[in-house]
Design a protein around this ligand. Structure first.
Ligand code: ADP
Ligand code: RBF
Ligand code: MG
Length: 168
């Protein structure tokens, strides 16, 4: 069970998963490392779909975040995987097979992630088409929620904009 409260901040290098986000769905997700998130924080996470922000080399993106076991696939291990959403005026915003963001390869880079709020439980879908529709709806909600300029939204965007100090 989780006793975590939002916002929840973490940072990790971007690791490899099964490659399904890009290949099966057209929705790449940057998988974080459990070891780098830290055992205590990882253990406090409960599965679900969340919204928040991600920081990559000082650039801030809206993030639609999956935490859990991807029940459509039935993974054995829990993953934390944000999909980074480019701005609507960025040509990368509609670059994937289903019209979502493709930024290029950033495996190994340091990613900051702030989980700001909950959207829904993760669900087993019958077929990838239904999973894609659900995730596209999560991305739309994420974009709307991230545009509401609350104090927490401003604060978390500012935190994500500060580059990771690799010495710490
Ligand atoms: P994996 O299973 O290895 O995580 P994915 O198919 O989910 O593979 O692709 C994730 C990788 O794609 C990321 O690690 C990153 O290098 C790249 N990538 C490109 N665009 C995005 C994006 N918009 N959000 C997240 N990752 C992206
Ligand atoms: N996987 C599921 O099995 N069920 C879900 O409800 C689900 N929702 C997701 C929502 C978002 C916003 C994202 C980014 C991913 C979601 N996934 C879900 C995870 C998806 O299966 C996973 O990212 C791919 O399999 C690639 O690892
Ligand atoms: Mg992924």
């Amino acid at each position: 069970m989780s006793s975590a409260s939002f916002p929840l901040r973490m940072q990790s290098s971007v690791v490899r998963g099964f490659g399904r986000g890009s290949r099966d769905l057209g929705i790449p997700t940057a998988n974080l490392s459990r070891a780098e998130i830290g055992d205590a924080l990882f253990a406090s996470l409960s599965p679900g779909i969340f919204w928040g922000f991600a920081g990559l080399n000082g650039d801030v993106y809206k993030a639609a975040i999956s935490v859990g076991y991807n029940p459509t696939y039935g993974n054995a291990e829990m993953t934390v995987e944000p999909h980074l959403v480019a701005r609507s005026d960025d040509e990368r915003r509609a670059a994937s097979s289903c019209g979502e963001t493709v930024l290029g390869d950033f495996y190994g880079e340091q990613l900051k992630l702030s989980i700001v709020g909950y959207i829904r439980p993760e669900l087993p879908f019958e077929g990838l088409d239904k999973l894609i529709v659900a995730i596209k709806n999560d991305i739309k909600k994420t974009e709307e929620l991230c545009d509401i300029e609350t104090a927490i939204v401003k604060q978390e965007k500012e935190w994500c904009a500060v580059r990771v100090d690799k010495s710490s």
